[in-house]
Design a protein around this ligand. Structure first.
Ligand code: AMP
Length: 192
């Protein structure tokens, strides 16, 4: 299966959970920029040091840092036949950079899945996750900022991909299994 997918959706919509499930069903790696950044912060790498203050404040890591990281990750062997990007692209510049990466590889996106979520439900989910996992950027003020940044910088990307005929919108509210089924059903006509 050579699906090349992007998962869009506000923080708390369940992107990470769904990415893991969709990636397993389609046999493509889930690539989460947030997870890669968090691993680098934990390991105190140079990349982690550059990213941490932005993450802690709920702001985006600068495009040049993020783009270089993703370019490196997409060049890995396991992404050659497909991937599911969770949390990238998030800005117009990232969209352009991803276009360039795929063009040089002679490929393109299969679909962009936008998982929609009610804002208050998303906040509640993230507060629950904070209690369970202790993520530094899951306190209420930072959560609200992350939602604001998403609305300002990332939500408009859905229109960009809709114009290209790539966008699939799926309601992210409800049981995890039901949402996975909705995503798979929405993708089915586009997978070959
Ligand atoms: P996430 O786990 O996807 O919510 O990402 C956690 C944090 O990592 C975000 O709030 C940003 O600070 C940073 N991050 C993840 N992906 C990106 C991206 N594509 N562009 C910029 N910053 C990002």
């Amino acid at each position: 299966m050579s699906a090349r997918l992007v998962l869009l959706g506000p923080p708390g919509a369940g992107k990470g959970t769904q990415a893991a499930r969709i990636s397993e069903r389609l046999g493509v790696p889930a690539i989460s920029t947030g997870d890669i950044f968090r691993a680098n912060v934990a390991e105190q790498t140079e990349l982690g040091r550059r990213a941490q203050r932005y993450m802690d404040a709920g702001e985006y890591v600068p495009d040049e840092v993020t783009n270089a990281m993703v370019a490196g990750r997409l060049a890995a062997d396991d992404a050659a036949d497909g991937f599911l990007l969770d949390g990238y692209p998030r800005t117009p510049d990232q969209v352009r950079q991803l276009d360039g990466m795929l063009e040089s590889a002679g490929t393109g996106l299969t679909a962009v899945v936008e998982i929609t979520a009610d804002v208050e439900e998303a906040v509640a989910r993230m507060l629950k996750r904070a209690a369970e996992q202790g993520r530094a950027d899951d306190n209420e003020a930072v959560i609200r900022r992350r939602l604001e940044v998403y609305a300002e910088q990332t939500a408009p990307l859905a229109a960009t991909y809709a114009d290209r005929g790539l966008l699939v919108r799926v309601d992210g509210m409800g049981a995890i299994d039901a949402v996975t089924d909705r995503i798979m059903a929405a993708l089915a006509p586009r997978l070959h």
